[in-house]
Design a protein around this ligand. Structure first.
Ligand SMILES: Cc1cc2nc3c(=O)[nH]c(=O)nc-3n(C[C@H](O)[C@H](O)[C@H](O)COP(=O)(O)OP(=O)(O)OC[C@H]3O[C@@H](n4cnc5c(N)ncnc54)[C@H](O)[C@@H]3O)c2cc1C
Length: 372
């Protein structure tokens, strides 16, 4: 019987899994080598969406992830870390327009909410945009999408886990997993502490492969860095997620705006914020200012670099490992969208619930993952 579960990592996944385990009555120790939300969950665009997720199983999981955020935020008196303002997206060239048309058609076919807006309609939603920065039409609007404040979500989930009896351990990395007779028996920490475990959940984000290796498992990962730019507080109305051709924006609390584009992810040299090319940052800020002229009054408050935890075939790795059945994964890109829902499925399985159908496409053993 599973009584004590060690959850490794206190990002969105570790926090969600811990909260879901304690809600079901398990005893939980959640261990982080740093601080909660100090990993990728503290440096993410955190757009809540299923806007182009393939295959269908990944799309459906993401839609369920969106619904789980909506429910959680509605159930909690101060669940205002969740913002459902929708997402606007348009393309800058013919190839991009073809791609966007195909995406919208596919999503409508799945029953996902999407519609086309004219320039005037888009300006009705985002009046501080410069009309010259928008096309005449073919602006896609996905009204049910949104964004979260991930650090506040992690704080809520962890505090609900602690209220349910979980022990949080910070600044103490997992250094060894003791595996005997096909099960993980104990977890050793850098401090020398040894935690006996009935089950272990790997929520180590971009470090998930290193943790898997401690259990003798090979988890192919192809993590990539992402650069996020935070503006100073500025009196510009940005009420939702906006995907323009050379810049993505969303509000970031307290009047700040978060800017991102995949075009400068390569500008992160691997040495953290200090290694980001300032010219690349300036280009993104300029694209933001061209679209929202009021951003000219803002400065760059900070630049963050996050590591996307991407399993080898791009899909989440969730649930029990067949050859080591008390060792479980909760690892994915799109973790901001998925973690509340997927973490709940994983926690249920740890405690013996049967989620085979929901997790089937995301098992560690799928051949496509091993092939990478
Ligand atoms: C630039 C960027 C943009 C993104 N945009 C989006 C988006 O728009 N929408 C979306 O849904 N997702 C997005 N993502 C992805 C999403 O942010 C991640 O999938 C999610 O934050 C991962 O959470 P996690 O809990 O798995 O990992 P993390 O938040 O990294 O947490 C893992 C934790 O494990 C700890 N850890 C590691 N090794 C050990 C060890 N040995 N012992 C103990 N603890 C350990 C770390 O300290 C860390 O705190 C984005 C990511 C990036 C980088």
């Amino acid at each position: 019987m599973v009584e004590h579960v060690v959850v490794i990592g206190a990002g969105v996944y570790g926090a969600a899994v811990s909260a879901a385990l304690t809600r079901r009555g398990a005893r939980v120790t959640v261990v982080d080598g740093g601080v909660p939300a100090g990993g990728t969950s503290g440096a993410t665009f955190s757009w809540i969406n299923s806007c182009g997720k393939q295959p269908r199983s990944y799309h459906d999981l993401s839609v369920a992830g969106m619904a789980a955020h909506r429910r959680l935020a509605a159930d909690v008196p101060h669940g205002d870390w969740y913002h459902e303002g929708g997402n606007l997206e348009w393309a800058g060239d013919d190839a991009g327009r073809d791609e966007l048309r195909a995406k919208v058609a596919g999503l409508l076919g799945y029953g996902y909410e999407a519609r086309w807006l004219s320039r005037a309609e888009a300006l009705g939603l985002e009046p501080d945009m410069d009309p010259a920065g928008l096309p005449d039409g073919e602006i896609a609007y996905f009204p049910r999408e949104g964004w979260i404040e991930p650090v506040r979500l992690v704080a809520h989930l962890l505090s609900s886990a602690v209220t349910g009896g979980a022990e949080p351990v910070t600044h103490d990395a997992v250094t060894e997993l003791e595996v005997t007779a096909g099960a993980v028996r104990a977890v050793r920490l850098a401090s020398g502490r040894r935690l006996l475990a009935d089950a272990v959940v790997n929520c180590a984000g971009p470090r998930a492969a290193a943790l898997a290796a401690l259990a003798g498992l090979v988890l192919p990962m192809r993590n990539t860095p992402g650069v996020l730019i935070v503006s100073s507080p500025v009196a510009v109305s940005i009420a939702r997620v906006v995907h323009a051709p050379h810049v993505h924006l969303r509000p970031d609390g307290g009047g700040r705006v978060l800017l991102h584009t995949h075009e400068i992810d390569g500008a992160a040299s691997g040495t953290g914020e200090a290694g980001v090319d300032p010219a690349a940052v300036a280009e993104v800020v300029e694209a933001g200012r061209a679209l929202y002229p009021g951003l000219r009054a803002a400065t760059v408050e900070s630049v963050r670099v996050g590591q996307r935890p991407i399993p080898g075939d791009g899909l989440p790795v969730l649930g029990r490992v067949a050859e080591l059945p008390n060792f479980h994964f909760a690892v994915s890109h799109s973790g901001a969208t998925l973690s509340v829902h997927a973490g709940d499925l994983v926690a249920g399985e740890v405690l013996g619930e049967d989620h085979d159908d929901a997790l089937a496409a995301f098992r560690f053993e799928r051949p496509a993952l091993a092939a990478r």
